[in-house]
Design a protein around this ligand. Sequence first.
Ligand SMILES: [Zn+2]
Length: 406
Amino acid sequence: MVETEVSGRIRWHIQGAAEGPLLVLFAGIHGNEPAGIRAIDGLAEELMARSEEFLGTLYVITGNQRALELGVRYIDTDLNRLWERVDVDAPEGVGIASDAQDTSGVQDSSDVQGASDVQIYGTSEPSEPSEYIETREIRQTLDEILQRHANTASDIVFSDLHTTSSESCAFLLINDTLENRRMAKKFPLPQILGIEENIHGTLLSYINNLGYKSIGFEAGAHDSEASVSRTRAFLKLLLHNSGILLLSEVEKRVEEARLEVYETVPADYYEIKHHQYVDDPCTFRMKPGFENFDSVSAGQLLAEENGEAVTAPMKGRIFMPLYQEKGHDGFLIIRKVPPFWIGLSAYLRGNFTHSFLRRLPGVSVAGPRSLLVDLGVARYFVKDIFHLLGYRVTRRDESTLICHRR
Ligand SMILES: [Zn+2]
């Protein structure tokens, strides 16, 4: 059974013959990234022809419609940086909270909040940013889909399709939860953990906070044809790995080859060690020629900002260097996570509890899922320990960390 129109936001959807998992795809959350849309629409016919084989449901949701029409990243503000302001408890999907709060209710004063350049308006103001309207519409669509399937779907997976302004191999971005890791591990791709600590308010963090698995896929450069074919391959593998459309062993190998994994970038876990936040992207000039995952050494000149040199604060691999004049993330530096820590953290998360941690010296309760850590008391390795135990860690001020359970 194939239905093409449910609401304007749903590009198309396939309801399989049998109940099974629910997969929801987002494409074009950034309006200058049409590769995801092209890949999805290019696959529509082939997948619809195979709808009898579907065990479950696939929805495709269009991201920033107004920005896509103009081919720009966004109109007023980045649609992938404002979801921390979405009030999950607001009725009728009205949506934007009256203050920049994260879903834990803890005020987050982190200086890397990418969406801080827009005033928060009441939802009926005529000057409301275009992306607030987009957010409300997307949220309403999500609510409708979840209402329809949350009780019957055997599993629920979300994925968001993107491309980068620099040349890049394909990779996955995940919020660091065990469930996300298990899902992402099925792809032969490099995986970046913990993006939510550095880049706030992404759609996938919002979905994670609702309690669902979510995987971000970055295909490569915005205008590269390879980005379209890699996205197609990723989508077929995602359908297979989520159990909705099973591929033969040969098909699977063919699609994996189409991902074009770089030999120089092993399919390991990487974590973000540094985030270069940019106040005004018009004054920021990345040195030309950096590709995602290129190795950099400490002190290496990477960019200029207001005419001053910006150097690498540590060695590692450069990640998402900014080669466009929109966005506030200049670059990140990532490093491989040793496999030992990955295993240990999975073990610890199964064996420690929130209630145990809150009794430790210097730790107090901030909310149902979050703790405050006084660094004057708990000095050593605090961030690493809470990371291992599955918490997202942000800094509130000089001496306090907020640790939010994922
Ligand atoms: Zn994007």
